[in-house]
Design a protein around this ligand. Structure first.
Ligand code: PHB
Length: 339
């Protein structure tokens, strides 16, 4: 929908080229993603491969894009190492270490001394766990336990019991977008919301497009992230209004990755004056700076990752709806693993 919105707003012709988006459903499996990517390259002769909601799907496409020498624009997947796999990968979204470090700093400064980490057991979760533990320990904090929950059909109950037993000041959580509702439900069912253990995490757990259904258990949860639908700027207000008009939903961070990924492709085509050569497009994406609904973004030319503000947010009820309300900004954060 964000890709559709971008084209609605900016037209389907760039530097004399007609832009055509071919949409395929990856079905969430790397094998399907790889096959579809291969077909898009060979049969449809696409100039760019873009999307990728999950890290394994982005990784599955890396060899296809590299062999075809065309850009792979990662709009959503957020494991730090994806962009290291090949010079043909460029990222429009964020990385887990990038948004986790400011939260570790915030926790250490806000009287949180003991933490249990609880993450989904794959790339982005491991990144979040590592970044949190490293930074929080450096700041004098202590991580009592590191819990990893399976990606498929997660049951948080036994892990939440272990959190309760360890009795930390806070539990740090990463779950991929969408899983936040299940997590919050089980968190409340086990009474952890009333037990004096604070819930902190990256903004994936309070994903904007589902958080309104989480109920009051979400109130007061502190997260760090690069995008909130509540970000108070005219550009974001326009984006949220337009997205809602399109499909009735509140846009989340993945939508923004899609929107800005399209922006990066359009901007690149303008720079190359319509030349669709893969290397020319790739070079034109490196170093791009733009004002996004999330705030200012620069695509680091060396790492091909976005450098952007990370915001500290608290879940609050405003006009009867739950929002991630930003209360502090850490400007121009780079992925700490890609310095
Ligand atoms: C992923 O890279 O697989 C990923 C990261 C963050 C999310 C969801 C998926 O919220």
């Amino acid at each position: 929908d964000a890709v559709k919105l971008w084209i609605q707003q900016n037209g389907a012709t760039v530097a004399g080229n007609k832009v055509e988006v071919i949409l395929k459903d990856d079905a969430g499996t790397p094998e399907t993603t790889r096959r579809l990517a291969q077909e898009l390259v060979v049969n449809d002769k696409v100039n760019v491969l873009a999307g990728f909601g999950l890290t394994p799907l982005a990784l599955a496409t890396v060899p296809i894009a590299a062999q075809a020498k065309i850009p792979e624009v990662v709009m959503a997947a957020a494991t730090s190492s994806i962009t290291e796999q090949s010079p043909w990968v460029v990222r429009a979204g964020f990385t887990l270490p990038q948004v986790t470090v400011p939260l570790a700093d915030w926790a250490a400064k806000n009287n949180i001394k003991k933490v249990v980490t609880l993450v989904t057991d794959y790339g982005p979760g491991i990144d979040a766990e590592t970044a949190f533990k490293t930074r929080f320990s450096q700041a004098g904090g202590q991580v009592l336990a590191e819990l990893r929950v399976p990606l498929r059909n997660p049951d948080f109950a036994p892990f939440l019991q272990r959190v309760r037993d360890a009795n930390p000041d806070a539990v740090f959580v990463f779950v991929p977008s969408g899983v936040g509702s299940v997590f919050m439900k089980q968190f409340a069912e086990r009474g952890l919301d009333k037990g004096g253990i604070k819930l902190i995490g990256t903004g994936d757990v309070t994903d904007d497009d589902i958080m309104n259904d989480m109920g009051d258990v979400a109130l007061g949860v502190i997260t760090s992230f690069h995008y909130s639908a509540a970000h108070p700027s005219p550009a974001n207000k326009a984006y949220v209004d337009a997205f809602r008009k399109l499909n009735g939903m509140r846009p989340n961070f993945h939508s923004l990755g899609g929107y800005d990924g399209m922006r990066m492709i359009y901007k690149a085509l303008e720079t190359t004056k319509g030349n669709t050569d893969g290397e020319a497009l790739m070079n034109a994406m490196k170093g791009q700076s733009f004002e996004s609904p999330r705030g200012p973004v620069t695509i680091d030319a060396a790492t091909r990752d976005p450098v952007q503000n990370v915001y500290m947010r608290k879940v609050e009820k405003v006009n009867g709806e739950l929002w991630n309300v930003e209360f502090a900004t850490v400007p121009n954060v780079k992925d700490p693993m890609h310095k």
